[in-house]
Design a protein around this ligand. Structure first.
Ligand code: SAH
Length: 356
């Protein structure tokens, strides 16, 4: 006999099908979805408007898992980092950023990451496993509940641990679960998916009916530097990535964000700024510069503020919209590229760290 299916993995139409097979009405499926996703309940017992016999049936047929908060840390700037334990004991992190200017949840799509970007701590962990759609959506429903934001608007960025397009199906399913009107109803325009731009997956994404905002981690203006920084991008060329972005459906007045981590002396020269302007010419683009968040074992340094400003001005003078990302939560290692499960970091020896 196979394992029991998990209620938290079902999107609304699947839940309706499962419940109708048990003889329940479709409004029961909607009630159940609301309890789980918009109210964040973790047990069937509390779902008082579902008939007792249905709750009994459900608990016989299904499991129901929710990521459990193992730790919660607050930065001096108000950013909060949540450490979650999953049903199999694996751990992941999510971040709440209070005023950016609205509120933002940053969620993980994988435990660890296989992309191995050389400036990113998560990349050093390697991939532990993909998250399921229920685990991705689960971070959102638990954060919304804990922060009492279920009735409020918030933004969502898929910029935590992992590469969302490397876990395509689960990521897309989680987006549908989060967007469902009987759940938290977070609309696509408030969701941003950040990716290194795996080309076949990016092309597939372009064809989806339901599109989040797109952020592409560019980080370099030559193939040589990009391949060195993102080893898993070695089979693709920058020109092909940009060409794919040119064909990506971008809604009226929207733009694709190009993230560019600034590494002192590596990708922040005057020539880089000019090449960046040329690469993105004619694209509906905005550039988001991210001065490196430094960490032990990361073999790069953060450029000075003066250098960051100089680079930003040069890129802007090419006619591009530019912003510089403020690092939030650096004191609790919650900033970009700093999410790592500490045990995994301790597991690395100094030789391995030096080689990264
Ligand atoms: N896998 C996705 C999501 C990663 S996190 C992606 O690559 O886009 C979001 C952003 O933070 C990415 O642009 C990533 O490259 C960047 N980042 C990673 N490590 C960083 C660091 N140490 N300092 C600043 N930004 C970093």
């Amino acid at each position: 006999m196979g394992a029991k299916p998990d209620l938290a993995e079902l999107e609304p139409d699947e839940l309706e099908t499962e419940l109708s097979a048990l003889g329940a009405k479709s409004f029961h499926a909607r009630q159940l979805y609301r309890w789980v996703h918009s109210r964040g309940l973790e047990r069937l017992e509390g779902m008082t408007d579902l008939p007792q016999h249905l709750r009994n049936q459900l608990s016989r047929v299904f499991t129901f898992s929710t990521p459990q908060i193992a730790a919660r840390e607050r930065s001096v700037d108000g950013t909060e980092k949540f450490l979650f334990t999953l049903a199999d004991g694996k751990t992941i992190e999510s971040v709440f950023i209070p005023d950016t200017p609205s509120m933002t949840f940053c969620v993980s799509t994988q435990a660890g990451c296989a992309m191995r970007c050389r400036f990113c701590l998560t990349g050093q962990m390697g991939l532990t496993r993909h998250l399921t759609a229920g685990e991705i959506a689960g971070q959102v429903r638990v954060l919304a509940r804990e922060l009492k934001l279920q009735e409020r608007r918030f933004n969502l960025v898929f910029m935590g641990m992992g590469e969302p397009l490397h876990n395509y199906d689960a990521t897309m399913k989680s987006l549908r679960m989060i967007a469902a009107s009987q759940g938290l109803a977070v609309t696509p325009k408030r969701i941003t998916l950040s990716t290194i731009g795996i080309l076949p997956a990016l092309k597939r994404l372009a064809g989806e009916q339901w599109l989040p905002n797109l952020a592409v981690s560019l980080h370099a203006t030559t193939d040589e530097v990009r391949h060195a920084l993102i080893p898993t991008s070695r089979n693709q060329r920058l020109t092909d990535l940009i060409e794919t972005c040119r064909h990506f459906p971008v809604k009226h007045r929207d733009r694709i964000t190009f993230e560019y981590v600034l590494l002192d002396g590596v990708n922040d020269t005057a020539d880089d700024a000019v090449r960046l302007g040329k690469l993105l010419r004619g694209l509906r683009a905005k550039v988001n510069l991210i001065p490196l968040n430094e960490a032990p074992g990361i073999p790069f340094s953060r450029p000075s503020e003066q250098q960051v400003n100089r680079f930003a001005r040069s890129v802007a003078s090419c006619g591009l919209v530019v912003s510089v990302r403020k690092s939030r939560g650096r004191d609790i290692r919650a900033a970009c590229g700093q999410l790592i499960i500490e045990d995994e970091l301790r597991g690395l020896n100094t030789q391995q760290l030096a080689e990264m």
